[in-house]
Structure formats: structure tokens, C-alpha cells
Design a protein around this ligand. Structure first.
Ligand code: SF4
Length: 455
């Protein structure tokens, strides 16, 4: 059945999400399919608008968080990526359409068989007597899942039952799935959608899974140029293993403190004190950046397909800025351009932003470090103090300076061993006090009971 032209008034937006670290071959197929869809919609005079994939903000990409801020590679316990890289950009898009049209219906290809928790959430939000569900968090957004009850086989059967409406067939997609051992990767619109990273096509950097089976499958079926990408992912994954964490991560958290928590001992054993580690140490962030850029060189050389950019120039600038203002290890050496030149060659033409923020980029960091070592002072504290003072230059009101100074000095700057010892003692005495209080409380209860019996 065809809708007459004058009644085609409701626009349909085709939107996908690209985290900027998607598995390379998937990006190519999505781009190709979207191009075809757009052209076909135009030719058929359909109100279908193919929009560019939504991306995370430059300041929230995988590399800016991992290399720039030093966030540890994502794990099941600390999965910082999905919200920043998928949910937020998609929510922004949906909200912008709700603002324009009043309400929207999101058509999703998710299926109940993908995840029981997803199916449960969908049921919970279903609108009585309707095939729509409410979006879990966005007002005036409804969700329609036409293939909710389908199995994966049903999907393939349907796709092969005829040509694609935008021309051609789905063979390339089928080959990709066949070669990858992968499941599916749904469009993630909220926290209840199962994210990729479960033997699906997810980000090639995904460390939430032990092994990237999709990538392994693609390499096995001939895409050997992806091997260095897989090795790099594995390297990041190794940094998340409990036995390796202390090597890669700073003892200090981004708020400048060394933190211990008391956790229950196993099977009635005494509680133990566990340290909450901080971001990746700056030395490793520099290494990761160098390795990533070296990977880019390899990918450019060996990938037979279209150019695949691993990290963009705006991301490099954002990392540079993060390093410059790192709360614990400020990068006065301005290492990003230096690392870039080292890997890409002297002739690499990149215009780095000239920023008067980088006032110490001329070797002063080393000078300060040498002097501090000579006088036994923590150089990072010294650098942060100078930075703070400079940030107040020209301000007529400096009342906040005192507050900021106190805040800065209250951080854990002393020798690490000393800080750890002090924190353990503090926790130990706290724990001792708790035990003491508990004992007194028991004694008190017994006493009250005895008085009660006696009266
Ligand atoms: S695929 Fe992995 S890295 Fe990418 S957003 Fe999902 S969980 Fe995070």
C-alpha cells in the first residue's frame, strides 16, 4: 500500500550511532548503506531523512577519557563508556526532535531474545492496548519494536527474502556477520539496552569482554591488518586485571587523594583495607598515545579499504588540554605534539593550537622537577601552586585564591609510602574504634537486660 505524496507529512529520520572506535569494517558497511538509503528515499519521494551518525562530544570520546583523563579501560564494574559515547549523543538527538515535533516514535530493531532484562524493561514500559512503549527516561518519546518477537534466523530469512528496498542485497552484511562469530549490536538508546561488548560488534577497543570474538573472527577470515588493533585492545584489557592494576594506575585519585576503603573479609575473616586506585599514570598515557599513533601508521599502510582514522586531530587537542591541566601530573612539557611528531615524522603537517595556556612548554617542567628533587619537594605540588597563582593573575578579587590554596595543599602530596602508612593507620584506628563501640554497645545491652531481670 502506498501513501499518496501529499499525505507523506511525517518525517522519518534514519539515525545510527558511531562511537568513533567502532569495528572498522562495520563503519564502512553502515556508511555505504546509509548513502544508498538517502539516495533511494530521494528518488522515491519519501520523507525519509538519513542523518549522519551521532557521535560522542570530542571531550567525551574513548581516547580523550582513557588517554586524556586516564580513565582505566572499561570493565563491567566501571563501564564509563556507554553513557558518554552512545546514550548521551542519542538522547541529545531524540530530545532535539521532541523539541521540534512535540513527540517522537523510535523504531528499534531490538528483540526480546537478545536479553531477558531488556525484554523485562520493555514489558514494564509498554502502554496498555498499544504496541508502543514509553522511553525509559525521555518524555514524549515512544518506542516501537516491530521485530520484538523475532529470532535471529527470522531476521536473516527476511533479509534474504528479497532485495533491499534501497537497492542491492544484504550479502555484505551477511558476510560480515558470518566472518566474525559475532552476535548483534543493537542501537543503544538507554541503559536497559544491552550494549555491545558481549561477543557482538562493539567498539574495537572494548575491554568489557575478555576476548573480542568478533574481531578474532574477522582476522581469521582474512582481515589480518586488524591484528595490531586486537593486540592493542588486549594490552588495554591486561591493564584491567587485578594483578596488573597497580603497575598502570596512579595511587592518587583525580581528586588528589589516596583512598582506602574497608571491605568485608571472606567467610567471616577480618575486614581488609583496599585501595581505590586512580587514573592511568601519565607515563602510561604517553605510551598509549604513542602506540595508538603507531597503529595508525600500520593501519594506513595495510588496510585495503577506505582510510580508517583511529584518533582525530580535535581529540589530540582535547588530550593535550587534559594533560596540561591534569590534577596530579600536569604536563608542562606539552608532550602531545612531540609524541605526534616522533611517530608521524618531522614533516607531519599538523597545526597545533597556539595557546597562551602553555606558558611552561619550554623545559621549565624539567627545571622545576630537578630543583624540587634537589630540595626534597613534591614537584607536582609546586607546579600546581604556580599554575594556581597564574590563573589568578589580573583578577581584582583574589578572595577565592586562599580557598583554592587550602584545597590544593590538602591533597596527598607527600611521599607515597608515607601517605599509605598514614591512611592505613587512620583506617585501622577507625576500625578499632568501631569494634570498641560495638563491644560497649553489647555490654550496655547485657547490663540493661540484667537490670530488667533484677527489677
Ligand atoms: S562496546 Fe564496549 S567500549 Fe563500546 S560502549 Fe559498549 S561497553 Fe563501552
Amino acid at each position: 500500500m502506498s501513501i499518496p505524496f501529499e499525505e507523506r507529512t511525517k518525517p522519518v529520520f534514519v539515525v545510527s550511532s558511531d562511537t568513533l572506535v567502532e569495528t572498522p569494517l562495520v563503519v564502512g558497511i553502515i556508511k555505504d548503506t546509509l548513502d544508498k538509503m538517502g539516495k533511494a528515499a530521494l528518488a522515491l519521494q519519501l520523507p525519509i531523512v538519513v542523518v549522519p551518525p551521532v557521535n560522542p562530544k570530542t571531550d567525551e570520546t574513548f581516547w580523550v577519557n582513557l588517554i586524556g583523563r586516564g580513565y582505566p579501560a572499561p570493565t563491567r564494574q566501571f563501564r564509563w563508556c556507554t553513557e558518554r559515547m552512545k546514550i548521551d549523543p542519542m538522547s541529545e538527538f531524540i530530545k532535539s526532535k521532541v523539541a521540534t515535533f512535540g513527540e517522537v516514535v523510535i523504531v528499534l530493531g531490538s528483540r526480546s531474545q537478545e536479553s531477558s532484562s531488556r525484554a523485562q524493561v520493555m514489558r514494564k514500559h509498554r502502554i496498555e492496548g498499544s504496541r508502543l512503549s514509553r522511553h525509559t527516561s525521555l518524555p514524549n518519546a515512544f518506542v516501537f519494536t516491530p521485530i520484538d518477537e523475532w529470532s535471529a534466523d527470522d531476521v536473516w530469512e527476511y533479509l534474504f527474502s528479497g532485495p533491499a528496498p534501497w537497492g542491492g542485497d544484504h550479502q555484505a552484511l551477511f558476510d560480515l556477520y558470518k566472518g566474525s562469530n559475532a552476535g548483534e549490536c543493537p542501537l543503544v538508546i538507554d541503559t536497559s539496552t544491552p550494549s555491545c561488548g558481549n561477543s557482538r560488534f562493539g567498539c574495537w577497543t572494548c575491554t568489557v569482554v575478555t576476548q573480542d570474538r568478533a574481531m578474532d573472527g574477522l582476522i581469521e577470515t582474512g582481515h589480518k591488518w586488524m591484528m595490531p588493533l586486537r593486540d592493542f585492545r588486549n594490552k588495554l584489557y591486561n591493564t584491567t586485571l587485578p594483578e596488573n592494576k597497580a603497575e598502570f594506575r596512579s595511587n592518587k585519585r583525580r581528586n588528589g587523594t589516596v583512598t582506602f576503603v574497608t571491605v568485608k573479609g571472606k567467610d567471616g575473616e577480618d575486614p581488609i583495607q583496599k585501595q581505590i586506585l586512580g587514573p592511568y599514570k601519565m607515563e602510561y598515557r604517553r605510551k598509549f598515545l604513542e602506540e595508538l599513533l603507531s597503529l595508525q601508521v600500520l593501519v594506513d599502510r595495510d588496510n585495503p579499504g577506505p582510510k580508517y582514522e583511529l584518533i582525530s586531530k580535535p581529540e589530540l587537542e582535547a588530550i593535550r588540554l587534559q594533560w596540561r591541566h591534569d590534577p596530579n601530573e600536569p604536563d608542562w612539557e606539552d608532550m602531545v605534539p612531540q609524541i605526534y611528531r616522533k611517530v608521524m615524522g618531522e614533516e607531519s603537517l599538523v597545526d597545533w593550537e597556539v595557546n597562551d595556556d602553555f606558558v611552561f612548554a619550554g623545559g621549565e617542567g624539567k627545571l622545576v622537577a630537578d630543583l624540587c628533587a634537589k630540595y626534597g619537594l613534591p614537584s607536582e605540588l609546586f607546579m600546581k601552586l604556580i599554575e594556581l597563582e597564574l590563573s589568578f593573575e589580573g583578577h581584582s578579587r583574589r578572595s577565592k585564591l586562599q580557598e583554592k590554596l587550602t584545597e590544593l595543599l590538602a591533597r596527598d602530596w607527600s611521599d607515597h609510602e608515607l601517605v599509605v602508612m598514614r591512611k592505613r593507620e587512620q583506617l585501622g584506628s577507625l576500625h578499632g574504634r568501631e569494634v570498641e563501640e560495638k563491644k560497649l554497645h553489647e555490654q550496655y545491652k547485657t547490663l540493661v537486660g540484667m537490670i530488667g531481670d533484677a527489677t
